[in-house]
Ligand binder design. Structure first.
Ligand code: GLA
Length: 385
């Protein structure tokens, strides 16, 4: 049974009627531009063919009733106008409560609704399962209330929910690409203006995501620490974000910065340049340049931003050796475990299998590969009876 059939069937069994519609929002993979979004910089992600679905229909009262199929059918129920109260045990509930509360904060008049949620974005792997949940839920609840908003606003709601209520100080990348991804394309996003330029993916390149099997640890505390260090660096240059510090200004004064802060700033300033260059390389099918930029990005995450792990470094180095200049590979997402992403021609796909066997022998970890396609962002799916 597909996830679509499953949410539709479960909804019908539970609520004795077909859902009115299904809200869908994808996860994402970031090709390059890591930890640049909250510095008002550039990112180059693509929405992928892993997604969250929310079967939805209106209710007569003001309650939101939710069933989470991926959590053994756990449920939650609260008034659309209730304040935010963290759920004592169900973390998934907090994302939904946070989105509803954020919509109310922004002055939207909401209606009660029934929701059945399920998805296939691997959780805790750095592929934005939470952003896809936030965007799918916001879209579902707004649609029930008859409210239409632009994709950027949908993304800002997801980010605000996470920042203000869930407690993660994330940037805008994940929610924005989940809300506005374009089929067959990556998006070059300027995280200051939120302008997203679609870049067509060369058809001969496959996007291969490999879950390293390294559990992501210390993510929130280390993530928030990186944000503080970037802010400290920007402040040194009398700016509020590193986007406004040029390479020349940085180089002229870098020696005055504390070592750690200098390394963080160097990563962000150079990663912004690499990301813009990588978008051009992708658009012109310059795979050798992409390969080089992705390799530099990984080294910078490893040595300057210090967010990789030894196992992931090993995996990236082993695959990089196989691909040479025919493809690129780097860790993707916030770091401290999770996934790597590789862009490679189809004839190199066999290299992945041998690399993973070698990786398991070396680290004892089982890595899982997925071949992904770039997909459109959030959408409504009609219900078939
Ligand atoms: C997480 C955050 C994003 C971004 C990345 C790192 O995915 O949610 O906003 O900062 O890490 O690039």
């Amino acid at each position: 049974m597909t996830i679509l059939e499953n949410v539709t069937r479960s909804f019908t069994n539970h609520f004795n009627r077909l859902p009115g519609f299904i809200s869908k929002a994808p996860g994402r993979v970031n090709l390059i531009g890591e930890h640049t979004d909250y510095n008002d910089g550039f990112v180059l992600p693509a929405a992928i063919d892993f997604f969250t679905l929310v079967a939805t229909s209106e209710r007569e009262d003001d309650l939101i009733q939710v069933i989470a199929l991926d959590y053994a059918g756990q449920t939650d129920e609260f008034s659309v106008n209730a304040g935010f109260d963290a759920h004592p045990t169900q973390m998934w509930s907090n994302y939904i409560r946070a989105v509803v509360r954020t919509l109310v904060d922004r002055g939207h008049q909401l209606k009660g609704c029934n929701l059945v949620v399920s998805g296939n974005v691997p959780q805790g792997a750095g592929l934005s399962s939470s952003a896809s949940l936030e965007v799918a839920i916001a879209q579902a609840i707004l649609t029930v209330a008859g409210i239409q908003i632009p994709a950027t606003e949908l993304a800002l709601i997801g980010q605000a929910a996470e920042n203000n209520y869930v407690g993660c100080a994330c940037g805008i990348m994940d929610q924005l690409v989940s809300a506005s991804g374009k089929k067959g394309h990556a998006l070059l996003i300027d995280c200051r203006s939120l302008e997203a330029t679609p870049i067509i993916m060369p058809p001969q390149l496959s996007i291969v995501i490999i879950n390293s099997g390294v559990e992501r640890g210390l993510v929130d505390s280390e993530y928030n620490l990186r944000r503080q260090q970037c802010a400290e660096a920007a402040k040194f240059f009398n700016q509020s974000v590193l986007r406004d510090v040029t390479k020349e200004q940085f180089l002229a004064a870098a020696h005055e910065l504390p070592d750690v802060v200098r390394k963080r700033a160097k990563h962000v300033i150079e990663e912004n340049e690499r990301t813009v260059e990588a978008a051009k390389a992708l658009a012109t099918n310059n795979v050798a340049l992409l390969s080089q930029l992705m390799a530099e990005s990984h080294v910078s995450m490893r040595d300057l931003f210090e967010i990789t792990t030894p196992e992931i470094d090993y995996l990236v180095a082993a695959l990089d050796k196989e691909l040479g200049s025919d493809g690129g590979v780097r860790m993707t997402g916030g770091g401290f475990g999770g996934c790597i992403v590789a862009l490679m021609p189809k004839q190199k796909l066999s290299a992945v299998a041998s690399t993973l066997v070698d990786y398991q022998l070396k680290t004892g970890l089982i890595a899982t590969p997925f071949i992904c396609t770039p997909e459109q962002g959030a959408s409504l799916v009609a219900v078939e009876s």
